[in-house]
Design a binder for this molecule. Structure first.
Ligand code: AMP
Length: 216
């Protein structure tokens, strides 16, 4: 099973990726998480991408493609995976297609999590994430509250509002998402890989619909 999850920020990609990982025993690959880790470790690449992420802008395609190619060519090359947040542009999809062909890794499906912008803004304004970059777990004041308010369930570190979860930032990210995603989905639709899923449902219903769309 090799999956790509496509959806705006706040569509529940991370939650569904976690469930798919558990259900099918997949490796989760999140380019946003990889960048946040690089920023936390203060690497040269982390310092390069931080200002773009803080402004809600996409990181340039060559940087993202290199990070992903490095992973797929490394000793820990994932064979069965769910990708959360990559590819995000048509040009990333083309680069990823070439990489997968070289590495003999055909895709099973592209899951398109469909949700209106206003619902995304409502959801994200309640989001609080772990300030420990090695953890990064996210909670929601209404939908997924942590056991102790303001504290990460997994590692006990204080929760914060990520810079890229501020409303102004989120509206810019939604703009970027729409600008880039149509061409990406068109490309995968031609390959008959896209499965459209209503992402306004509860996480349980969304997950059940994903399994159904995958014929499971
Ligand atoms: P995410 O955690 O997937 O919402 O990503 C957070 C931020 O990381 C995005 O707003 C972008 O700045 C950057 N980012 C993550 N993945 C990509 C990608 N595939 N292409 C460009 N920028 C990305």
């Amino acid at each position: 099973m090799r999956l790509v999850l496509v959806g705006p920020p706040g569509s529940g990609k991370g939650t569904q990726a976690e469930r798919l990982v558990k259900h099918f025993g997949l490796t989760a690959i999140g380019t946003g998480a990889m960048f946040r880790d690089a920023i936390g470790r203060d690497t040269a690449m982390g310092r390069q991408v931080k200002p773009m992420m803080d402004q809600g802008l996409l990181v340039p395609d060559p940087i993202v493609n290199d990070v992903v190619a490095e992973l797929f060519r490394s000793a820990v090359k994932p064979e069965r995976f769910v990708l959360d947040g990559y590819p995000r542009t048509y040009s990333q999809a083309i680069a990823f297609d070439a990489l997968r062909t070289q590495e003999h890794l055909p895709l099973t499906a592209v899951i398109d999590l469909d949700i209106a912008d206003e619902e995304v803004v409502r959801r994200i304004s309640g989001r609080r994430c772990c300030s420990n970059p090695a953890c990064g777990a996210c909670f929601h004041s209404a939908a997924r509250p942590p056991k102790a308010p303001g504290t990460c369930d997994l590692c006990g570190t204080p929760l914060i509002v990520r810079d890229d979860d501020l409303e102004e930032t989120i509206r810019r990210r939604l703009g970027e998402f729409h600008k880039n995603t149509d061409a990406l989905l068109d490309h995968y639709r031609k390959l008959n890989l896209v499965r459209d899923i209503d992402a306004t449902q509860t996480p349980d219903v969304i997950f059940a619909n994903i399994l159904k769309a995958l014929g499971q």
